[in-house]
Design a binder for this molecule. Sequence first.
Ligand code: C5P
Length: 209
Amino acid sequence: MAPLTIAIDGPAAAGKGTLAKRLAAHYALPYLDTGLLYRAVGRRAAERGIDLDDPQATGEVARALDAGEIDEASLRGREAGELASRVAAHPPVRAALVAFQKAFAADPRGAVLDGRDIGTVICPQARVKIFVTASPQVRARRRTEELSAKGRAVDYERILAEVRERDARDAGRLEAPLKPASDAALLDTSEMDIETAFRAACDLVDRAL
Ligand code: C5P
């Protein structure tokens, strides 16, 4: 049988990353957080004073990116997420990052990838596709709690506005917009804790084995 490729998509702060990481550990598969690639491009472009709305110049940054040099810790924050979502709208940026992602997904051991267009563009043949959602309010609340647990002063209303803005940008763009693949299973985690969501995802994977 073809290797087990698991595509996880969904909006910001829906719990994709946590879920994808746990699935990867559980099924012993390599894991790629594709958002990091866009975050790295956004951050690098901003550092170099490049106009984030310039598709060609940001595309150049994406072509020069060495995925092996990505420093995850420095790219985790909300600011890098915003930069990522701006550059991710540009076709030249997306085109430059496709080959690396597809090669990762073609690992003979199988793979878990999470992002926005994994089931639709990067791995349309993935054996399992899960679109993870949660209401904007739940996502904003989770993010607010996460940040206050780290001792950061945060305003729920502001986070909610950011979540909505990022959703609108990711779903509204012309190139590879955020949307479930037609054959993706929807997993709404609004009323689930991580353990319940993980078990539901494992059920979906096990059914495909
Ligand atoms: O998943 P994460 O929040 O790290 O992604 C940051 C941004 O990168 C997203 O808001 C989205 O605009 C972009 N992205 C994308 N396609 C992916 C992964 C991320 O457009 N596969």
